[in-house]
Design a protein around this ligand. Structure first.
Ligand code: SAH
Length: 263
């Protein structure tokens, strides 16, 4: 049975590919990949494969490749930017592949969200400050479910990461303010995280629209905002390393089993 592997290629930098992804790329017969989103260096792992760009193709064109794979007994790697399970058009492809009798396997990747946080040099869940992260997007051409309108999501006031949302930055800023974020909410933008031409900046929420326009960013950027993006004031310490907090590897009042084993 042929398999379609949905492979996460990571945020951009070719060395942010997982070992599993590299191995599978080296084993398949066909690689389908988006030239605009994936570094061509990633394809050096697949010298044996027929390489088909997806960015000039419709869904039906890609489907035709899956059909050929099913008929000829070929394995395919469909390469997605970041992690395939986030805004990856995966749902429709999984359904189509399964309908064709193809086996499907998802290979996780490093999301651009992780790369953006790394570039900002910070944690997205800060003890006592913010323990929740809303991952969402602004409705552009894609409709949002009624209960997920941006203003409603913003009303939580927690840390938020916005994919696919920089095309209309002034409207984005307004929706977030209308939802209840304060004008001085700490905000950051990461364009092309982990690529050589990456841009990172921080601003207040009420400067976001102007700053994105100034930088001429219209795509391939994440917007992060909310309490975790602040200066860390009020942050507590995680319980995990607290001397008064015991767990399986560090029991309270008893010498650590881990240390004993190593001694
Ligand atoms: N599956 C991908 C997201 C695909 S949707 C992931 O996990 O990252 C495409 C959107 O992802 C872009 O519009 C942008 O919002 C974000 N994105 C992808 N790569 C990015 C990068 N290197 N830097 C910043 N944002 C990126």
């Amino acid at each position: 049975m042929s398999t379609v592997f949905f492979v996460g290629a990571g945020p951009g930098a070719a060395d942010l590919l997982t070992l599993r992804a590299a191995r599978i790329l080296g084993e398949v017969d066909i690689v389908i990949w988006a030239r605009s989103l994936v570094d061509p260096e990633v394809l050096t792992h697949a010298p044996q494969a027929e390489q088909i760009p997806s960015d000039d193709k419709t869904f039906d064109d890609v489907l035709a490749v899956y059909k050929r794979a099913a008929e000829e007994g070929l394995d395919v790697a469909r390469v997605h930017s970041g992690d395939p399970t986030l805004y990856g058009t995966l749902h429709e492809q999984l359904g189509a592949c399964r309908a064709l009798g193809l086996d499907t396997v998802i290979v996780p990747g490093v999301s651009s969200l992780s790369a953006a946080a790394a570039s900002l040099g910070q944690e997205l869940t800060v003890p006592d400050v913010s323990q929740s992260l809303i991952i969402t997007r602004r409705a552009q051409r894609t409709n949002m479910p009624a209960n997920e309108q941006l203003q409603a999501m913003a009303a939580h006031g927690t840390t938020m990461a916005l994919f696919l949302s920089v095309r209309r930055p002034r409207e984005l800023q307004q929706d977030l303010l209308d939802g209840g974020y304060a004008p001085d909410t700490p905000t950051a933008v990461v364009y092309k995280a982990s690529w050589p031409d990456e841009i990172v900046f921080r601003c207040r929420l009420d400067e976001l629209g102007v700053r994105i326009r100034e930088e001429k960013i219209t795509t391939q950027a994440l917007v992060l905002l909310g309490p975790a993006l602040g200066d860390g004031a009020g942050a507590g310490q995680s319980h995990v390393y607290d001397p008064g907090y015991g767990h399986r590897y560090r029991r309270l009042g008893a010498p650590s089993r881990y240390k004993k084993k190593r001694a």
